[in-house]
Design a protein around this ligand. Sequence first.
Ligand SMILES: [Zn+2]
Ligand SMILES: [Zn+2]
Length: 147
Amino acid sequence: MTTKEINRLIHKAEQLCAKRGARMTPARREVFELLASETGAIGAYELLDKLKGAVPNAKPPTIYRALDFLQEQGFVHKITSSNSYVLCSHFDHQHPVQMLICQQCGDVQEIQSDGVYEALKKQAEAQGFIVESQTIEAHGLCKNCAS
Ligand SMILES: [Zn+2]
Ligand SMILES: [Zn+2]
């Protein structure tokens, strides 16, 4: 992502926060910006190291609180299988998440398949289960690593 694109995303996120009455503090903004400049997913401690460049007294709770906030706002997805975080590319609407995770270079791509979402929801409902959110993580090789 170019600096211009990152700034545009941050601006969009700040506008959404303002509309929701949520507060984008400087630390949260900084974490958002760090995630935006990553191509793949990144772990909390790696993020903390980077955050220290801008916020020298940043501690683990600083990063976890910021990540919680960004997740609540739908700006960031957590990848449970690798315990890392990735910026959501279309955070202005709630959506089911399907992530393609490259196990070689760590690249993460988000796709949105309504078919997958509906199929899972239907089968869950057949079990009497109410789905509130869905995150599907697929592991494999990205285009660059597979060729
Ligand atoms: Zn997303
Ligand atoms: Zn790859």
